[in-house]
Design a binder for this molecule. Structure first.
Ligand SMILES: *Cc1c(COP(=O)(O)O)cnc(C)c1O
Length: 336
């Protein structure tokens, strides 16, 4: 692979840290756990979308766009980071927010929603779940075109092949760090949502013949549907990046045991995971993605599905601003 052939903006100086989690590892009494701190990526409050936006925004600028258009849930980290990238680049940004939980949009809500306002979003369009997202964004682009402006549409989560390159790059970064640290990982565990992160990591691992299994933990969809989505995108990004071996279908594993009642809806396992990471490692997870992915990690270690002899890297994909919109559910007083 030669990722330097793709235009890229840089939003993070250097690499994100890989840290051991000794207290959590000891407390669970199983595998040796490490964490990749992608919550410390650049742009406002960090998180995985920053890596995808480095490639997507470079493309938007090459096409002469003046406005970024994207879509996400009402507490979308992706929308916050797309807006932050627009601010950094001197572009405008318009957001389409999908009410995945009916009635969930509250213009006065805290968390990411508050940051949309603070970062100066140009316009927000709220749509119901099930609306054609692409059509909704194209309507925004048409509105801009009528004013002589040029929008650039970024799909939900920045998850197309170009965006997923960000996580092919992350896989290479992990392998380099692993080599320098002298720590060989037996497994990588990551949240799987719009699929770009999971797909990019798998393509990067295969492209480097690294042979590290990747376990995805779903936050929204049933396992067969999500594995199909991730496989399709992994093949597309592998093709774009020039990965030679095909991505086998069985390289894609997306467990759905920790989704609970649905996307963004809290579960007791999520609350426990958020509290354990905070109190044992001083790491802030988020309630929608990393809290559920970490619940999966913890569950797999406790059940022995992840062996006590394994060294595991958990990818922290960010999202902590959403914590503040869930304080009532997460605080010790509430969960006691
Ligand atoms: C978007 C997001 C994910 C999921 O990543 P995808 O590439 O959409 O699968 C995980 N964690 C956080 C915090 C996110 O915002």
């Amino acid at each position: 692979m030669n990722l330097a052939q793709f235009a890229r903006r840089r939003y993070t100086p250097g690499v994100t840290a890989i840290e051991p989690m000794p207290h959590l590892s000891r407390s669970l009494g199983g595998a040796t756990l490490y964490i990749k701190r992608d919550d410390q990526l650049g742009l406002t409050a960090g998180g995985n979308k920053t890596r995808k936006l480095e490639f997507l925004v470079a493309d938007a600028l090459a096409q002469g766009a003046d406005t970024l258009i994207t879509v996400g849930a009402v507490q979308s980290n992706h929308c916050r980071l797309t807006l932050a990238a627009a601010v950094r680049e001197g572009l405008k940004c318009r957001l389409v927010l999908e009410q995945r939980v009916p009635g969930s949009y509250d213009p006065a809500a805290s968390g990411n929603n508050f940051l949309f306002d603070l970062l100066g979003v140009e316009a927000v369009t709220v749509i119901e779940a099930g609306t054609d997202l692409q059509a909704a964004m194209e309507a925004v682009a048409a509105d801009l075109a009528a004013q002589g402006r040029k929008g650039y549409i970024i799909p939900g989560g920045g998850s197309n092949a170009l965006g997923a390159l960000g996580y092919v790059a992350c896989a290479e970064e992990i392998l380099q760090q692993s080599f320098e640290m002298g720590v060989a990982f037996d497994r990588i565990v990551v949240a799987s949502g719009s699929a770009g992160t999971h797909a990019g990591i798998v393509a990067g691992i295969i492209g480097n013949s690294a042979g590290i299994p990747v376990t995805g933990v779903n936050v929204r969809r049933p396992r067969p549907e999500q594995e199909g989505n991730v496989h399709k995108l992994a093949c597309a990004v592998a093709d774009l990046a020039g990965v030679v071996p095909e991505v086998p279908r069985d390289a894609i594993v997306c467990l759905d045991d920790w989704v609970g009642p649905g996307y963004s809806i809290p579960t007791p396992e999520m609350v426990e995971a958020v509290r354990l990471f905070a109190s044992h490692e001083g790491v802030l997870l988020d309630p929608v993605y990393t809290g559920k992915a970490a619940a999966g990690l913890i569950g797999l270690v406790r059940s022995g599905a992840i062996g006590a002899d394994e060294t595991v890297l958990f990818i922290h994909t960010g999202g902590a601003p959403a914590l503040y919109a869930y304080q009532g559910i997460l605080s010790g007083a509430a969960s006691a």
